[in-house]
Design a protein around this ligand. Structure first.
Ligand SMILES: [Zn+2]
Length: 253
């Protein structure tokens, strides 16, 4: 199977959304690199220049836009291919001594023949938490330009932190609340570019909402009497986390 990336876009067929075959890859004159083997067949990736146009019958699509359109298996494959291809593209030289790296045969490892430094694909854990208070849930709208959806709070793990500490720190930084009773909900690889989102619920303990304006435009409690705001689609873990705990009236709507 061949995955051709143009920056963060993936080349897919216009009709069925499949991946390019050998003939199309040959026509584009891309040099495909095998990234891994699955059930004996090679998965290969290539990066093409940003100005390259898609061939007839194909289109470059943002990987993110394929969520909800591709089935779970295909989106997982595309995300995995993107993360591995991006890792190989950005680790061609040793970060310690600058010598060209070599791909180790049996694992996802770029190794420096000069100094022995090894680089593995980077995975950045992040937490997401839905804070609950009685029959209300806390949802926030990000300060990022054009954000209209309300979602759960989220943030990256910092060096030296447990993921539980990240939950407490981020909730306090972003909305000024103390929470407790953390419960694991689930996790999802999020290849933008290399996160692993680990989702929790937590119970409100104390504090009044005080938003961090650089991060959060608005944060509030939503309960059974409130209209449902726009939320993330079910395919993202944010969407499934909120849907699993939202007021019953929303589910019926
Ligand atoms: Zn080195």
């Amino acid at each position: 199977m061949n995955f051709i990336f143009r920056r963060d876009e993936l080349l897919v067929r216009l009709d069925a959304g499949g991946f390019p075959d050998e003939e199309v890859c040959a026509r584009l004159e891309v040099s495909l690199e095998p990234v891994w083997l699955e059930q004996g067949s090679p998965y290969r990736t290539a990066h093409v220049p940003p100005q390259l146009e898609a061939p007839d019958g194909y289109v470059f699509r943002k990987l993110r836009s394929l969520f909800g359109e591709f089935d779970d298996q295909r989106i997982a494959l595309a995300g995995r291919a993107y993360q591995i291809a991006e890792w190989a593209r950005t680790h061609r030289y040793c970060g310690a001594c600058g010598a060209p790296m070599q791909r180790a045969a049996a694992e996802f490892c770029m190794r420096c023949p000069a100094c022995g430094f090894s680089a593995y694909p980077r995975i950045s854990p992040a937490m997401m938490v839905l804070v609950r208070r009685g029959d209300h849930i806390l949802l926030a709208r990000h300060a990022a330009v054009a954000a209209t959806r309300y979602t759960a709070l989220a943030g990256f793990v910092e060096p030296g932190e447990s993921i539980e500490q990240t939950v407490h720190r981020e909730v306090y930084e972003e909305v000024g609340l103390e929470v407790g009773n953390l419960r694991y909900f689930g996790s999802q690889p999020w290849p933008f570019p290399h996160s692993l989102m680990v989702a929790f619920t937590a119970d409100y303990v104390s504090g009044d909402i005080r938003v961090q304006p650089e991060e959060i435009a608005d944060a509030r409690w939503f309960g059974p009497g409130d209209a449902m705001p726009p939320i993330a689609p079910r395919i993202s873990i944010a969407g499934s986390l909120i849907r699993a705990h939202m007021p019953a009236a929303w589910a019926a709507a």
